[in-house]
Design a protein. Structure first.
Length: 271
């Protein structure tokens, strides 16, 4: 895979790659502001999915599980400028601002600001800096990130409820969380962190609730979801194996056949 990342600062990067697709499942430790130059990205949440194309701008909040699949498009590589809005920088920014109490919106993984001229011009102005032989001076980088935050606050009056939230995940209902997020192929340590537990506490609580190991339960739930997509949605195995939490098609096919006694490609014939 021809994959390149060019940083002008630790918090501002240009990513480019030319392969068929690049998939990752992750929880970002900081907010990510993304502007697409070319290509497409599909972002899958527990109950929603989003497709972004050239010119789109969006914010991914931190501490959200997401499957991200990036594709080249129309003969052009997948290329995007990404700005990290880390907690320390946001704390410094908001230390000078009094944030009003506002109604918290329904939790979302994506905040879209497609083709907004202020935000687009701010991020586009970073492009020439990627040709610098030396790093961008920190004072200039700080100004550009502060400019982006200020524009976000101007165009979305409720964005403070996202950017000015600095609490770490607390202990939450484990059963509800896992039933909603089992399709994300994350290390168990990350599942534990997002539910406010250490790995040992996560494993103990999980066994108590589900009467089995996390690994066995996750495989079972992912295969059940795959069966639903194949039988009810009439999808192909190659279209859904990543979305239900498997890393490659051969592993998915092996696990599916072991569970149901026939290959996933035969489900469409049965139904």
């Amino acid at each position: 895979m021809d994959f390149q990342i060019k940083y002008i600062t630790p918090d501002i990067k240009l990513s480019t790659y030319d392969d068929k697709l690049f998939k990752t499942e992750t929880v970002f430790e900081f907010h990510m502001l993304v502007w697409f130059i070319s290509g497409e990205t599909k972002i899958i949440q527990a109950d929603k999915s989003y497709l972004f194309k050239s010119g789109d701008i969006f914010l991914i909040p931190r501490n959200h599980l997401a499957t991200i699949i990036n594709y080249p498009k129309d003969g052009l590589p997948h290329k995007a400028v990404v700005m990290h809005l880390n907690k320390d920088r946001l704390k410094e920014f908001y230390s000078k601002i009094e944030v009003e109490n506002k109604i918290i919106r329904e939790e979302s993984i994506i905040y879209s600001f497609n083709k907004h001229p202020l935000l687009e011009s701010c991020i586009a102005s970073l492009i020439p800096y990627f040709d610098l032989k030396e790093s961008l001076p920190e004072n200039i980088a700080s100004l550009k990130i502060s400019e982006a935050i200020s524009i976000l606050r101007e165009i979305d009056k409720n964005i403070d409820m996202v950017l000015a939230e600095f609490e770490e995940p607390g202990k939450i209902n484990l059963a509800n969380f896992m039933e909603k997020n089992y399709m994300f192929n994350m290390p168990l340590e990350r599942f534990g962190y997002l539910t406010g537990r250490s790995l040992s506490t996560f494993n103990r609580d999980f066994r108590k609730i589900f009467q089995t190991t996390p690994q066995r339960w996750l495989t079972q739930k992912r295969l059940e979801l795959a069966y639903y997509h194949l039988s009810e949605k009439n999808k192909k195995p190659s279209d859904i194996f990543m979305e239900v939490g498997f890393e490659d098609l051969s592993h998915f096919s092996y696990a599916f056949k072991k569970q149901y006694g026939f290959a996933p490609s035969l489900v469409r014939q049965i139904y």
